[in-house]
Every structure is written in C-alpha cells, then in structure tokens.
Write a protein that binds this ligand. Structure first.
Ligand SMILES: O=C(O)CCC(=O)C(=O)O
Length: 261
C-alpha cells in the first residue's frame, strides 16, 4: 500500500505555546497541498524543553492540542501525527503524542516511555507505560518519542503486532546526529519496517538541534533526508517493501524470545 508522508521539520519557540501553535496550521495546509496522507511534527513542539515552567505552559489534559489537531485533520482531510507536546494531567507532566485521522477522530495517544535523564526530563516528567498501535490509511503503525529509539527491545515489542511503520518525533541535538541516523537505520533494519522520523531544528538555552528528519526503508536506506533548516518535504512510500523484506528474511519467525531478557 502506498502512503504519502510530509515531514514538518520546525524550529520551536522556547516556552511560547502561542507562537508554536500558530506554526501548525500552515504546515498541515502545505502538506495537504502536496497531497500528503499524513503529516508528522517534531517532539514537544508546544513548549520546547522549558521544563521549569511546565506549571504555566504545559497543555492542561492536552485539550488545546487535541482540539487543534482534530480540527486540522478534518479540515485538510489527512492524518495529523502531532509529534508530541508537554501535557499536564492529575498533577504530573507528560511528553505526549496525539494522532488524528482525516475524520477528526483520535487514532492514538502515547506518552514517552523512556525519559531522557541527560536533559533532566526524568526530574520534571512522568513516564508513560503503554504501547500504541494504530492504522494510517489501513497500514498498521506504531509511534515512539526520541530517546525511546535507544531501546531496541521497546521498538521490537511495538513492532510485533504487524506494524509496518515506526514514527519518531524528536528533539535530537546536533552533536549526536550521526547516532540519530544510525539508530533510525538500525531500528528499520531489525524490525523490517519503515521508520519516519521528524527532528526539530534551531536551538534552546542548552542545545542546538540538528534536524536531519528522514524516512528509512526496511533495508535501512535513507529514502528522504532533510537538512538542518526548517522545512517540509513529502515523499511516497510503498509498504509492499516490508512484505518483501519479511518474506525474504524471516527475522520475526526466527526469534528466540525464550532466551531474551
Ligand atoms: O538520545 C539522545 O541522544 C537524545 C534524546 C533526546 O534528546 C530526547 O529524548 O529528547
């Protein structure tokens, strides 16, 4: 099955939800003009890593984000993968993904499972515990957030349910972009899946972010790579390539889960 995907590689205004919210509709509109079936945003695009001000700026129960994404998905008739946003719920903060289908219905909500201690995320956020599985235009897919890609056992777990695409929104620093690209390629190869990854660009008080959003085929080839500037690019993938990869080399059937821990 074919799927046309737009990667919306944004810069993010540090701690300024209003300015960040204003960036979303123009990108969705542009993706629709490029006939995308799905548009994907980066991680924590509402606030950036302005962790100490979450009480003020995190989205209460994610409502503002959900209303925006649901409305845009319906208006432009495509799936909106909302990257992730900082949300507040029951006295805790989360790094949360929302995904909406073209009819405006929520397809998935996911909270980042592995919190990134190096950026003090674990001191300010609570971790998620749940898998996410959804379909985009009839294609089984799953989604993680940034640092989660360093945990192959988690992406394998998520891929066991016939998933053909792994979405990865991120705020990945420039200094580790070579690792970003290798990790994404490895996750694509070992799970015989497409990996669709959107990183932010620009900087915050602590980090420079390196872009290089990309799409990797099930052989780990980068079939689309962006640079380190704000941009939106669109490409069509064919998930028959996942059938070919899995048919040729039965990695899933050859697993020995009884030996793993
Ligand atoms: O793993 C890394 O090097 C970067 C992870 C990260 O920046 C994040 O999870 O926000």
């Amino acid at each position: 099955m074919k799927l046309t995907i737009s990667l919306a590689q944004l810069d993010i205004f540090f701690g300024n939800p209003d300015q960040n919210f204003a960036q979303i509709e123009p990108a969705v509109k542009r993706a629709a003009e490029e006939n995308a079936d799905v548009v994907v945003f980066p991680e924590m695009w509402n606030t950036g890593y302005d962790l100490t001000r979450f009480a003020e700026i995190a989205d209460p129960t994610g409502q503002r984000t959900q209303n925006l994404l649901a409305g845009l998905a319906k208006k432009y008739h495509l799936t909106v993968h909302g990257g992730s946003v900082a949300t507040a719920d029951d006295g805790a903060y989360y790094n949360t993904t929302y995904i909406y289908g073209p009819d405006g219905r929520q397809l998935a909500a996911y909270r980042k499972v592995h919190l990134f201690g190096l950026m003090r995320e674990d001191q300010y956020l609570a971790a998620g515990h749940e898998e996410d599985h959804f379909q985009v235009n009839g294609i089984d897919a799953t989604s993680v957030i940034c640092y989660d890609i360093r945990f192959p056992e988690w992406l394998r777990t998520l891929s066991l349910d016939n998933s053909r695409i792994i979405f990865v929104p991120a705020e990945w620093p420039t200094v580790r972009i070579p690792q970003w690209r290798r990790l994404l390629a490895a996750r694509a190869i070992e799970n015989q899946s497409f990996v669709v990854a959107v990183n932010r660009v620009g900087s915050d008080p602590d980090n420079q972010f390196g872009g290089h959003s990309g799409i990797y085929n099930p052989l780990g080839d980068e079939i689309l790579t962006l640079n380190d500037q704000p941009q939106l690019k669109t490409v069509t993938i064919d998930t028959a390539e996942t059938d070919e990869a899995r048919g040729f080399m039965p990695v899933f059937a050859d697993r020995r889960p009884e030996l793993y821990r």
